[in-house]
Design a protein around this ligand. Structure first.
Ligand code: ZN
Length: 297
């Protein structure tokens, strides 16, 4: 029986697991993301302790170099996250373990996980978005993770702004891109409190949030024609936000896209992850399996 290592690498925490899938876990560990050496070193030590492994799958925050032909394959690309630009993620594991290693973005990984065990089962082309500390999106096209120029960066879409919201946005590159106005830290900066402490401002915050997310979902529908969009992340726990985002998405589409999946308020089209917070770690296992089959991403 195979035994895989899976990593879900986030900007604030790393989750590592050993097993074959989200319902077959031999061991897991979660710890805060610090320097690359320390963060990746802890994962190597964890896998060493719980091995031997047949393969490792890494789904992590980026931007990443995912081009197997590139000399920089396996590394984090230029990022504002201190210390992580150029960090050799795959190298940290290939130096320690002589096993196949799969590597992709956290969101492509989560899409693979949801595709195998969750809300993307049976679908070839769908999107996975997370709205939390950052906003990221990935997905599958005909069953394969989306790559291209680099990989999708759906969190940085440029969108119309809610006319009543003067917040300038906090993205260091774009100011008021989607992540700049709708991530957890953007909500915190906009309202002066964390999303779960909004109190009487909740309704207004949800209105602004759904406005931006609704436009983003509509644009993704128009650009990529996904069969479904799975939207997760801590911010989506705001009461009423998912329903409101569906409404704003349909409003932004203006009735143009004629598809049965959008009928009935798009309730089966724009959905929460079926695996809850386990989509990413599930995806790591799929990446490990793909690596055994010779796929490095
Ligand atoms: Zn941006």
């Amino acid at each position: 029986m195979a035994r895989y290592g899976s990593i879900e690498g986030g900007g604030t925490k790393f989750v590592c697991a050993v097993g074959t899938g989200p319902d077959d876990l031999a061991a897991t560990i979660t710890y805060p993301t610090s320097s690359p050496d320390e963060t990746l070193g802890r994962a190597v030590a964890f896998f060493d302790e719980h091995g031997p492994l047949d393969a490792i799958g890494i789904a992590t925050f980026g931007p990443l170099d995912l081009d197997p032909a590139s000399a920089e394959y396996g590394r984090v690309r230029r990022t504002p996250k201190p210390g992580w630009s150029g960090a050799d993620v795959v190298g940290a594991f290939s130096a320690a373990f002589d096993v196949p290693i799969g590597f992709d973005t956290d969101v492509n990984g989560a899409a693979l996980g949801e595709g195998r065990w969750g809300a993307g089962r049976g679908l070839g082309t769908f999107i996975y978005i997370t709205v939390g500390t950052g906003i990221g999106g990935g997905g599958l096209v005909d069953g394969e993770p989306m790559h291209g120029l680099i990989h999708p960066e759906m969190g940085h879409l440029r969108l119309p702004r809610h006319p009543g919201d003067p917040f300038a946005g906090r993205c260091p590159f774009h100011g008021d891109c989607l992540e700049g106005v709708a991530s957890g830290p953007a909500i915190e900066e906009r309202w002066g409190v964390r999303a779960e402490e909004l109190g009487s401002n909740t309704e207004r915050a949800v209105e602004f949030e759904a406005f931006s997310l609704g436009y983003a979902m509509a644009n993704l529908v128009l650009a990529l024609s996904p069969e479904r969009i799975i939207i997760g992340g801590g911010v989506m726990n705001l009461p009423g936000l998912l329903t409101e985002t569906r409404l704003r998405m349909l409003e932004a589409l203006g009735g143009y896209v004629d598809a049965p999946a959008l009928d009935g308020g798009a309730e089966t089209f724009l959905v929460a992850p079926a695996l809850g917070t386990r989509s990413g770690i599930a995806g790591g296992f799929v990446l490990a399996e793909r690596a055994v089959a010779g796929l490095r991403r």
